[in-house]
Ligand binder design. Structure first.
Ligand code: NAD
Ligand code: UGA
Length: 476
């Protein structure tokens, strides 16, 4: 008997960002029988994903370019043809941005689901037959209900009068930037939430190509949506917790590295995510906690809302504490002083600057009149410009251009500076030839290591003042 011909599956991913790009690259490389089209309304972004020169793809992520080069234009395509990709898709991943609302009800807390809603309306218009819709974006709990409602009511006036059906599944993404490829290749878990068990099975099969079945967890929709917000809230809470302890270390003579190690060896606490720093950054921790806070307030769980809001307050406090400490040590005035900023990305191994602690700390220093020289191996001037100059007052007026300059070499960045502020833990900062660099500073000079990556022994008897986050012992 002849085997039935199995139709080649078509996946469409809406949103070609930090999640859509790497996630679909990984699925394409593991499932060569599936055709994937990643679409975006941003033409420049799609052009960059299609760029022949792999150093020009829009995001820097170790290992991504290598895998991309193997699958791009074979079974992975990047396109602006949103309508075309939707109409051919059996499965559609929603990977659009879900930022915090900046106006209207819930301003400053609730998630702005406008981008998601627009994509869902496009799906209702152009999809054909039965389509599985996968929430990959991080969304407030109950968003799947809204998506279903939108789909089922909008598709009544669809353009081609065909019967359309949908299954909405939650499949949040847990990758971290900088380690996205490693996280996607070997995830701690894959979470799939949904009511339609056939759809859940299909998504499970997709991941089963490379993820062991015991790591694929299935839950109801709301548990899945809530787990994503909860995971980020717990991770951010650990960062805020260790940052409060770093301040106590500095007051008491304790050493945060030793404290982290001592508590992290307790298996119930675990050793990861215990590095004190300038506060957490990245596009998601703050936004997802705010979304959780909004959800709590909506359900009148005011104490719970306040509890989680404090995680963000501590984060802001840590950035202000560090800014004040820099200014204080430079005799309380930094007007026209050159301060070298090493690292602008929110963490190492990414070119992402969203919510980077470097933004607030730099702005605090610029507002005091400092002259900043900035170096980051992967962050381009355009992004720094966007973050530092898109600064408006309460009336929406631009505060004007601040005094900063990006340099391509560390020597030029630190030359003539009164202080170096190390803000991102790039590997290359751990192995700098300090002997030569220190000579370039104006004395008395300070080094502020917010990431605790420098070895105080490299600075002893150099006459340079050293502050390391959470190091209370005498370092000089
Ligand atoms: P991003 O801003 O980098 O990418 C989102 C993309 O969606 C943009 O390129 C935008 O142009 C596109 N888009 C918006 N509306 C569209 C529409 N109607 N049609 C087509 N394209 C549209 O965002 P991101 O960092 O990739 O995050 C996406 C989602 O994933 C967010 O909900 C985020 O919380 C979540 N998430 C992000 C990460 C991360 O590491 N960045 C990790 C896990 C989850
Ligand atoms: C985080 C989560 O780790 C991912 O699981 C999640 O998918 C993602 O958010 C998301 O939803 O966007 P990401 O923000 O990319 O990933 O990076 P993290 O490694 O979590 O770091 C976040 C921030 O915390 C960085 O600024 C980092 O420097 C800081 N951090 C992290 C510390 O200061 N100390 C630590 O010990 C760990």
């Amino acid at each position: 008997m002849e085997k039935p011909i199995k139709k080649k599956k078509n996946i469409c991913c809406i949103g070609a960002g930090y999640v859509g790009g790497p996630t679909m690259t990984m699925i394409a490389s593991k499932c060569s029988e599936i055709k994937i089209t990643v679409v975006d309304i941003n033409k420049k972004r799609i052009d960059s994903w299609n760029s022949i020169d792999l150093t020009k793809i829009p995001i820097y992520e170790p290992g991504l370019a290598e895998i991309l080069s193997e699958v791009r234009n074979k079974n992975l395509f990047f396109s602006n043809d949103v309508k075309g990709a939707i109409s051919k898709a059996d499965i559609i991943f929603l990977s659009v941005n879900t930022p915090t609302k900046i106006k209207g009800i819930g301003k400053g807390k609730a998630s702005n689901l406008n981008f998601l809603e627009n994509s869902v309306r496009e799906i209702a218009k152009y999809s054909k037959g039965h389509t599985i819709i996968v929430e990959k974006s991080t969304v407030p709990v109950k968003t799947a209900e809204t998506i279903e409602l939108l789909l089922n009511s909008s598709c009544l006036d669809n353009v081609d009068n065909t019967k359309k059906t949908y299954s909405v599944i939650s499949n949040p993404e847990f990758l971290a930037e900088g380690t996205a490829i490693r996280d996607l290749e070997n995830p701690d878990r894959v979470l799939i939430g949904g009511e339609d068990q056939n759809a859940v099975k299909e998504i499970k099969e997709l991941y089963s190509s490379w993820v062991p079945s015991e790591k694929i967890l299935t839950t109801n929709l709301w548990s899945s949506e809530l787990s994503k917000l909860t995971a980020n809230a717990f991770l951010a809470q650990r960062v805020s917790s260790i940052n409060t302890i770093s301040a106590i270390c500095e007051k008491t003579g304790a050493n945060i590295g030793e404290v982290s190690k001592a508590i992290g060896t307790d298996q119930r606490i675990g050793k990861k995510f215990l590095n004190a720093g300038p506060g957490f950054g990245g596009s998601c921790f703050k936004k997802d906690i705010l979304s959780l806070v909004y959800l709590c307030s909506y359900y009148r769980l005011d104490e719970v809302a306040e509890y989680w809001e404090n995680v963000i307050k501590i984060n802001d406090w840590q950035q202000d504490r560090i800014s004040r400490l820099i200014i204080g040590n430079l005799f309380g005035t930094i007007e026209n002083k050159k301060i070298a900023i090493l690292g602008f990305a929110f963490k190492a191994d990414t070119n992402d600057t969203r919510e980077s602690p470097a933004i607030n700390i730099s702005k605090n220093l610029l507002q005091e009149g400092a002259n900043l020289s900035i170096y980051d191996p992967k962050v381009e001037e355009e992004k720094i410009n966007f973050e530092l100059n898109s600064c408006f007052d309460d009336f929406g007026n631009s505060k004007g251009k601040y005094n900063w300059k990006r340099f391509d070499s560390i020597e030029d960045t630190v030359s003539g500076a009164d202080a170096i502020v190390l803000l991102t833990e790039w590997e290359e900062f751990k192995y700098l030839s300090w002997g030569n660099l220190l000579k370039l500073l104006r004395k008395p000079a300070w080094i502020f290591d917010t990431r605790n990556i420098l070895d105080p022994n490299d600075f002893r008897s150099t006459g340079i003042n050293l502050w390391i986050n959470g190091r209370g012992e005498n370092l000089n």
